[in-house]
Design a protein around this ligand. Structure first.
Ligand SMILES: Cc1cc2nc3c(=O)[nH]c(=O)nc-3n(C[C@H](O)[C@H](O)[C@H](O)COP(=O)(O)OP(=O)(O)OC[C@H]3O[C@@H](n4cnc5c(N)ncnc54)[C@H](O)[C@@H]3O)c2cc1C
Length: 455
């Protein structure tokens, strides 16, 4: 057994792990990133490759170092294809958008974290956490056939969806969110497809509902001729045949005639509110490992980058003070909730709603809504529909009154939830009361939407 000692151990060389490592290493801490893949494969991650907020990434890895992976910066809107209604909605997307070459981006953020001073140990599979007295003090695993142990005052879990570290750690006495089930995840699959002629929607992210509810197909143009084509479904539903369903849709689209598949990958992603707390003594979870994904779009890259930064900054301070207790790391939770956590919790209400509403009704309603309001709702978690718009929408939406009313009730609860997250506690002692009140709001969400509880 070889034992290594560092200030911070980061598990996972994805976006969250690289930004955490770069931030901590830039402050002069000794940081190691443990990655189960080999050096060549590291950074190759299942993704739709759409990047929202591309202009405002954390500085620890300067944008100039990842720019070259942004292969399409001409995208500026969503194109929602609704075959049930024979409608195509072109919806503006607020903020800067790009479609990226995800593997190239993955390699570049690893290089960025290395440039900041972090070490990378590849081929290293973490198989346990060191937790002799409640506090996490590092991890244990295998590097090729060798047993390895990494000791550090702070361990950052950036191991992605359904992280195994959280199975190994005993988190029962911590505030750390262990209320995690498959029904809060989406199973998704994507192919990189090369087409012969430039697609007519090179400036758009194309979305299309799958035949059954709670799933969608996407076509995101990395370039005019290289398309990320994929689909996913909420794991509350009966499993879809992801590969076959994607193939079936590709066959219906003339743009993909004679197309060549260059790469295939699939994975699970969280489509839930962020973890209520992602800290335990000596331990923080970031990115997918803490549910930091927009639950309506599945976008998780930007949240992962910021979570990495915030966790590392909490670690720097806590290590400097010689106190890595939950209270000392707590500011990390607050910063996540303040930046995007409250918004994602609000958006989760619409995700819950989508599991309970008939897909044809939902699509019919979407087709009749004002597109700018739809765009606000999708990204902000709330939208203020003025009276005239309400009337106009109602007039165009005759036949969807039930769904509109359910939407209205869901929106009321989503707004209530967002307000409650604005009062996220400033210390662990007040956490249980905050959670109880939040759970009351969630009960109302389930009543309002008629959905099966997923928490
Ligand atoms: C099909 C699909 C499409 C998506 N599309 C988009 C999109 O278009 N836009 C967007 O913004 N987001 C998208 N997402 C979500 C986005 O990819 C994630 O939110 C983001 O990659 C999360 O980064 P992360 O660093 O938290 O985790 P990951 O990127 O998953 O990184 C985790 C790393 O940990 C390593 N690891 C795991 N377990 C261990 C272990 N035991 N030991 C050592 N290493 C380990 C893994 O090998 C991996 O390198 C998509 C996700 C999927 C699955």
């Amino acid at each position: 057994m070889t034992t290594h000692e560092y200030d911070v151990v980061v598990v996972g060389a994805g976006t969250s792990g690289c930004y955490a490592a770069a931030t901590a290493a830039s402050a002069g801490l000794d940081v190691v990133v443990l990655e189960r893949k080999d050096e060549q494969e590291a950074g190759h991650i299942a993704c739709g490759d759409a990047l929202k907020g591309a202009d405002e990434f954390p500085e620890a890895i300067p944008k100039s170092k990842i720019d070259a992976a942004f292969t399409n910066t001409d995208v500026d809107h969503g194109r929602f294809e609704i075959p049930q209604e024979d409608v195509v909605l072109e919806i503006p997307v607020p903020g800067e958008l790009a479609v990226i070459d995800r593997w190239e981006y993955g390699r570049r953020i690893i290089q960025g974290a290395k440039d900041a001073g972090a070490e990378f140990h590849y081929d290293t599979v973490v198989q346990d956490v060191l937790q002799p007295n409640g506090q996490v003090e590092g991890v244990r695993g295998k590097r090729k056939d060798e047993a390895v142990e990494y000791r550090a005052p702070v361990t950052i879990d950036g191991a992605g969806s359904l992280s195994v570290l959280q199975d190994y750690a005993d988190l029962d006495d911590a505030t750390f969110d262990t209320n995690v089930r498959y029904s809060q995840f989406c199973s998704a699959y994507r192919e990189i497809v090369r087409v012969e002629e430039e697609v007519p929607w090179k400036d758009a992210l194309v979305f299309k509902p799958t035949k059954r509810a709670a799933g969608y197909l996407w076509y995101f143009p990395r370039t005019g001729t290289e398309i990320n084509a994929g689909l996913g479904f909420q794991m509350t539903e009966q499993p879809m045949q992801l590969v076959e369903d994607l193939k079936a849709d590709l066959r219906t689209r003339p743009e993909f005639r004679n197309a060549v598949v260059e790469d295939k990958l699939g994975a699970a992603l969280p489509t839930r509110r962020p973890y209520d707390s992602a800290v335990a003594p000596g331990f923080m979870a970031v990115g997918d490992a803490a549910g930091h994904v927009n639950p309506t779009t599945g976008g998780g890259i930007a949240g992962a980058a910021y979570a990495g930064k915030y966790a590392a900054e909490a670690a720097i301070e806590a290590i400097g003070e010689g106190d890595v207790s939950e209270g000392a790391l707590w500011e990390y939770n607050e910063r996540v909730m303040d930046h995007f956590g409250a918004r994602y919790a609000g958006l989760d209400v619409y995700n819950i709603l989508s599991t309970a509403v008939d897909v044809d009704d939902l699509m019919g309603l979407l087709a009749s809504l004002p597109t700018t309001k739809l765009s606000e709702a999708l990204y902000a978690g709330t939208t203020d529909v003025g009276l005239w718009l309400k009337l106009k929408t109602a007039f165009r939406s005759l036949g969807y009154w039930d769904v509109i009313y359910t939407f209205y009730k869901a929106k009321r609860e989503a707004d209530r939830l967002i307000d409650h997250y604005a009062d996220y506690p400033a210390r662990p002692d007040d956490f249980a009361d905050w959670q109880t009140h939040r759970d009351d709001i969630m009960d109302r969400v389930y009543v309002a939407t008629g959905a099966e509880p997923k928490y």
